[in-house]
Ligand binder design. Structure first.
Ligand code: ADP
Length: 161
């Protein structure tokens, strides 16, 4: 039987945006299984707790049957090994993402040569979108309903009150 193509999509997801979701939808068609994995250790710097971030991701990815949600701490390659995943998925929005992503991908390759990092591009309409920017716009009362899933828009509105 051919090996299942399991990919891990790691990130802070603080909170998940339509840019992340666009990538998840594309990737769900390319891999047998996609594990969206939220970084635990960002919790202190994050706006949302790990539990909240996971809840919002779970809600947003519910329509995709082969997408699961998990969290990890420590080395991503250790988590990949634990999950039997040979692929790491990352998004590249603009050239500004490239240098950081290159460093991480090459370091992960050094640590675990059998794991491959795959980059995908979101739809151009999400290429300017980041969790940080969405939070900033929301904090000033801007309309973010077309930028994030409904559950996130609701939560962001609630914390502004
Ligand atoms: P990190 O804090 O590790 O950058 P993020 O949750 O911000 O985690 O992002 C996780 C991954 O998703 C990264 O590869 C990032 O480049 C990608 N990403 C973030 N926003 C978008 C977007 N709007 N379109 C495509 N990819 C994105």
């Amino acid at each position: 039987m051919p090996e299942l193509r399991v990919a891990i999509y790691p990130g802070s997801f603080d909170p998940i945006t339509n840019g992340h979701l666009d990538l998840i939808e594309r990737a769900s068609k390319q891999f047998d299984e996609l594990i969206v994995a939220a970084l635990q250790h960002d919790s202190k710097r994050a706006t949302f707790s790990l539990e909240e971030r996971l809840e919002l991701v779970r809600d947003a990815v519910a329509p995709f049957a082969n997408v699961t949600v998990d969290s990890f701490d420590g080395l991503l390659v250790d988590f990949a090994r634990e999950k039997g995943a040979k692929l790491i998925l990352r998004g590249i929005r603009a050239i500004s993402d490239y240098e950081y992503e290159l460093q991480m991908a090459l370091m992960n390759r050094k640590l675990e040569p059998s794991v491959e990092t795959i980059f995908m591009l979101p739809s151009a309409r999400y290429s300017y979108l980041s969790s940080r920017l969405v939070k900033e716009v929301a904090s000033h009362g801007g309309d973010i309903t077309s930028l994030v899933p409904p559950c996130v828009a609701e939560r962001l509105r609630a914390i502004q009150r």
